[in-house]
Design a protein around this ligand. Sequence first.
Ligand code: COA
Length: 259
Amino acid sequence: MAYETLRMEVEERVAVLTIDRPEKRNALNATVRRELVEALDALAERDDVRVVVLTGAGDKAFVAGADIGEFAERTPLEQRAVLAGRRVHRELAAFPKPTVAMINGYALGGGCELALACDIRVAGRSAKLGQPEIRLGLLPGGGGTQRLPRLVGFGQAMRMVLTGDILDADEAARIGLVDLLVDDDALRATTLALARRLGAHSPVALRLAKDAVRAALETPLSAGLAHEQELFVTAFASEDRTEGVAAFLEKRDPEFRGR
Ligand code: COA
């Protein structure tokens, strides 16, 4: 399927989704949002894809936020209708396969929130991250007020949301907003190598493990532990578990089939 604002490449079980509006710093307009949701729907169904990497085109921006031009034209009722539809940040966070944000420049506002909705964030040293909505008389609307404190803690999240300050990649890594910090010229190779390592594992186990860790964001400890046990038993019942254990004992690489 051809997209207007996205590029999709699939290689070695990893799909790289590139938001492709570099002249607008990959800002999220209605077309990008719709196409991202469509692309995620398609990738969820593809057996040859086990991991998704999300990035921005060019060397300046991952995603510089919501398209501010669209804000200027929209009435509050129109904005309400937009928020009632399928939301890209929610769809990304709920995507069943592991997702990695490859942050290659500015990740601001809705762009920072896209990175927050991914499972792992890898950034080049020149990346810059922030939630500058407050400067526009707004607040984050793509999950930032909830996902940011869960990732970096209450105080750092408050500091970012209330000041609108933009952090360099070093500081973002120090507070836990970036999980892996690499030189710019190593960003792609390092991120793809990481994604391929995930993609070598059982798709069943990947899905269940992601579900289990994500539950930690939403549930009290006792409920989360009970959920983990259920998912563990489900993994135990999979053909991939039989194969993984057999391969270990036979000292060979496993061949996971996703069953
Ligand atoms: N929405 C719409 N257009 C945007 C945009 C956004 N969020 N971010 C950048 N652009 C556009 C600019 O308007 C400009 O368009 P033009 O060439 O037609 O004038 C183009 O992208 C390049 O931006 P520019 O500011 O010249 O690039 P830069 O590299 O000097 O600066 C940023 C990059 C990201 C620091 C700067 O563009 C910026 O601050 N953007 C807004 C970030 C923001 O507040 N995001 C949160 C939105 S809620």
